[in-house]
Design a protein around this ligand. Structure first.
Ligand code: AMP
Ligand code: ZN
Length: 491
């Protein structure tokens, strides 16, 4: 398998440190707000990379942090008159919930910065002891960039170039404008922890390195994030690892291209963003997945709702093909001799599977992988129209299974169970009206039906009507059938 290593600027054969095992880490979000679909693109790409490595037979250990202490969190808490811990907890949960909706697998290890203070302090002390970091009277601790002769290896910058762009801030006690904070002295009202350098909190660049060392061991096989993290975040991470443990942090660095709007990077600060939540409230998660995976992970991806609208139709076409194949198989006669068209379909299944793997083996070319899936869809649809009565159950089932399996590697679910068509807003409604705590529209529908039934039994017509009104407002009807009540979309 070839993977593009950003540090080497070329594709390299994947050689894992331990045979058959991949240890990977992807920098997680700062939890101060809902994430936007640009962030989501990066997390999606690594979800698919992880799924594909698993499909290839690797045992993958995947870690991702939550940055739950940071200036942005503290500012948000101050604006809202809440504690930073409350803000971080709310948005950690919100992040995990949206990741689930988007079909992103949970990491095996999800460390949080505030729970890793001891590991970070130990690393910082190690850097101070070896002369790579220093504490200043204010209680800050800085990493001394010039003490690290290999600084700049990852991002390909040299220290003198960086110097010319560096800003010298007033009241700075840094010895060199390039130095970055490993530990920040506490300011009044901020969360802080005791340390050998006085009360304070960790700098952002410190947490991932300490966590990787603690949970995965260094070096790891793959370290990832968006391309905007290469400098300074990843450069600073690798510098700390190199200086403290005298080994590289990662053998392979993978970086995703930016999601843009009208050619401009989507970001909170520019205000040109859509949250993942608002998009998933309106569109099927797999349509957004499909749209994003049609572009190679390293290329920029310009987002628009017109494109997403188009992808909804593409996803439907994929699902309908699988449904039709299964339906045809159910109604097929006993298989007799295989005809030419049956053999052609079986051959197309083999070819699509081989092509999918070849594309994905080449630096996770999801666009090429999807093209292989679409080509099988075309062959399967032609087969269904042309084979008439005389179809082969085995060939059709094999095609349906292959489509589901290959799309499944990309995290796209083509099986019929996902076709309830119930909107995700039902979950919010069920939370409010039925005390539901999960994240599944079908379960939420059942919880609402049960809650309404209870209310009617108790002659609480107000509650029963409020539930029905909420359901109607979502464009759904509540049907009482012989088998019990159910929700369905209004025709
Ligand atoms: P942050 O919470 O800002 O640290 O971002 C979390 C992740 O999202 C990081 O890996 C960023 O590189 C990534 N990211 C931020 N903006 C974008 C974007 N517009 N497109 C793709 N990835 C992004
Ligand atoms: Zn990081």
């Amino acid at each position: 398998m070839l993977i593009y290593n950003s540090q080497m600027h070329r594709k390299q054969e994947l050689k894992t440190i331990e045979p058959g095992k991949v240890r990977m880490y992807v920098c997680g979000p700062t939890v101060y707000d809902q994430i936007h679909i640009g962030n989501a693109r990066t997390f999606l790409c690594f979800d698919v990379i992880r799924r594909y490595l698993t499909y290839k037979g690797y045992e993958v250990t995947f870690a991702q942090n939550l940055t739950d202490v940071d200036d942005k969190i503290i500012n948000r808490a101050n604006e809202q008159g809440r504690t930073a811990a409350e803000v971080a907890e709310e948005y950690s949960q919100a992040f995990i919930e949206q990741m689930h909706r988007f079909g992103i697998l949970d990491p095996d290890i999800r460390p949080r910065a505030t729970r890793e203070i001891a590991a970070m302090q130990e690393m910082i002390q190690g850097l101070i002891d070896q002369g790579y970091a220093y504490a200043v009277p204010s209680g800050d601790v800085y990493f001394s960039v010039r003490s690290d002769t290999s600084y700049g290896v990852l991002s390909g910058r040299n220290v003198d170039e960086l110097m010319s762009g560096a800003r010298v801030e007033e009241n700075d006690q840094k010895r060199d404008p390039l130095d970055f904070a490993l530990w920040k002295a506490a300011k009044p009202g901020e969360p802080s922890w005791p340390s050998p350098w006085g009360n304070g909190r960790p700098g952002w660049h410190t947490e991932c390195v300490a966590m990787i060392h603690r949970y995965l061991g260094v070096p790891i096989d793959i370290h990832g994030g968006g391309a905007d993290l290469i400098f300074p975040h990843h450069e600073n991470e690798t510098a700390q690892c190199m200086c403290n443990w005298h080994t590289a942090l990662a053998n392979c660095w993978m970086h995703t291209g930016m999601l843009t709007i009208d050619g401009e990077k989507m970001s909170k600060s520019l205000g040109n963003f859509y949250t993942l939540k608002e998009v998933l409230d309106k569109y099927p998660a797999d349509a957004l997945r499909l749209l994003m995976l049609q572009t190679h992970y390293r290329s920029p991806l310009d987002f628009s709702f017109e494109r997403l609208d188009g992808t909804v139709g593409t996803l439907e076409r994929l699902k309908t093909t699988v449904k039709n194949l299964r339906w045809a198989a159910k109604n097929a006669p006993e298989d007799g001799e295989l005809n030419d068209p049956d053999r052609a379909l079986t051959k197309a299944v083999k070819e699509a599977t081989a092509e999918f793997t070849a594309q994905m083996d080449d630096d996770f070319n999801t666009a090429g992988g999807l093209a292989a899936i679409f080509s099988l869809v075309t062959t399967a649809n032609t087969y269904l129209t042309e084979a008439g009565e005389d179809i082969s159950m085995a060939a059709t089932l094999r095609a349906a299974d292959a489509l589901e399996e290959l799309a499944g590697v990309l995290g796209i679910d083509l099986s019929e169970k996902d076709s309830s068509g119930l909107p995700h807003e039902l979950v919010d409604l069920a939370k409010e009206k039925a005390g539901y705590a999960g994240d599944d529209p079908e379960e939420a529908a059942q919880a609402l039906i049960d809650a309404r039934q209870e209310a009617r039994k108790a002659k609480d017509w107000g509650t029963a009507d409020a539930i029905r009104d909420g359901i109607t407002a979502l464009g759904l009807v509540l049907e009482d059938t012989a088998a019990g009540a159910r929700l369905r979309k209004k025709d």
